[in-house]
Ligand binder design. Structure first.
Ligand code: GAL
Length: 388
């Protein structure tokens, strides 16, 4: 969340911005000057359709066994998938995709299940704000939910960014369930780390009092059974990584800087963290902080999850790579049974109607020298990884 978002949200409708979005949606490869005439027509049609609430879904059978980024993605029942800012939990050869259901302003957490990554069955809404504690229930909404499975307790643990109007609440929420498809029971909300980084007395985020802000977030389960939360803190200036306690419901105690938690990408203003691991190295894709608007991704690398982390630059290649293909990272998913192959998951946000935001799923590969690449592909399937 940034100042730019406030300015953007408080402005009246911006025709230039809408046109830009629509040109992008309709003809990403147009390289001529000005707007292609057919695109202009399409823009008019889409503006009218959008205002009437229409979408242009791709039929399920048309994308049965492939990923087509940027289009409406239907679930097994033919309904648009609502799992924005999401993450995927892999368990027993089954993928569970959790994310924001944005059909309602308050946002809920939805869960979809798949065994092939192409076809997703809606398991339902697994957490709503009605399940939050009474002190915050009325004013709070949910962003970027992620779920871990804890092998010791046998519980599914949901972590989320809880927010309120103005984006100053900036807290973590934690809920648990015995089943992947919930319902999840709310445990508590918190700002996990209290660290004196020099917050001002008049800080609207009240970090001196409550601890560092907790906004864009992710979780990561390491091979040794330890789990971590990554989140944008210090008013989004610095990323934090915090080892969780044994049941994954809070930070490991006692908290010791650089032993159980660390400040990483310090003062780099990164968000939308998507961590993953390959051959004992940790990788972290992040975006810049420009609200709903896309910017360039960065991939950082570390030998130790608590750092030091080194930024390696933008892993995206192809048209609009400098805008992460008009999207923002949310998760990097290891493909089961294909070691070293990953799917980069990102959100192409539609700020005027967030429920219509699109998914960008692209292959992510790591070369022998450790370089991470995410190429743009109009459509692709898992055979892309064969012989890589
Ligand atoms: C973005 C963030 C989103 C949402 C948005 C609100 O920076 O990644 O998850 O919080 O700001 O403006």
């Amino acid at each position: 969340m940034s100042i730019r978002f406030f300015l953007f949200a408080s402005l009246p409708l911006q025709p230039g911005r809408i046109a830009h979005d629509l040109v992008y949606q309709n003809d990403i490869h147009w390289k001529g000057k000005g707007v292609k005439p057919t695109v202009l027509m399409a823009m008019v049609v889409v503006v009218v359709c959008q205002s009437l609430g229409a979408q242009e879904p791709v039929k399920q059978e048309d994308r049965a066994n492939e990923f087509v980024s940027g289009q409406v993605w239907l679930d097994a029942n033919g309904k648009p998938i609502q799992a924005h800012g999401g993450g995927v939990l892999v368990r027993d050869n089954t993928y569970y995709w959790y994310g924001e259901d944005r059909t309602d302003r308050q946002t809920s957490v939805s869960c979809y299940r798949s065994t092939d990554l192409y076809t997703w069955k809606h398991e339902g809404v697994v957490f709503t704000r009605d399940a939050l504690s009474e002190d915050i229930r009325d004013r709070t909404f949910i962003e970027r939910p992620k779920v871990l499975f804890n092998p010791k307790t046998g519980k599914y643990v949901l972590w989320m960014h809880l927010e309120q109007w103005g984006y100053h609440f900036a807290r973590a929420g934690v809920a648990i369930s015995d089943r992947p498809a919930g319902p999840f029971t709310f445990l508590h909300h918190m700002r996990p780390v209290q660290f004196d980084f020099g917050a001002k007395d008049d800080d609207p985020d009240r970090q001196k009092e409550f601890g560092g802000t907790y906004r864009d977030m992710n979780v990561f389960a390491d091979d040794d059974g330890k789990a971590y939360a990554f989140y944008a803190s210090e008013g989004n200036w610095t990323m934090y990584v915090v080892r969780l306690n044994d049941d994954y419901t809070g930070p490991e105690m006692p908290m010791v800087q650089d032993k159980t938690w660390a400040r990483i990408l310090v003062r780099k203003m990164r968000e939308a963290p998507a961590p993953f691991k390959f051959q004992n190295r940790y990788y972290l894709i992040t975006s810049g902080c420009t609200g709903w608007n896309p910017n360039a991704a960065d991939c950082a690398v570390a030998d130790n999850i608590l750092g030091p982390w080194e930024s390696k630059g933008n892993p995206c290649t192809g048209p609009e790579a400098e805008l992460t293909f008009h999207s923002q990272s949310t998760c990097v998913l290891p493909v089961t049974g294909k070691p070293g192959t990953f799917i980069f998951m990102a959100d192409r946000w539609m700020p005027r109607r967030l429920s219509d935001s699109r998914y960008i799923w692209l292959p992510l590969t790591i070369s022998a020298d450790g370089a991470v690449t995410i190429p743009w592909l109009d459509q692709w399937d898992l055979s892309y990884f064969d012989n890589r």
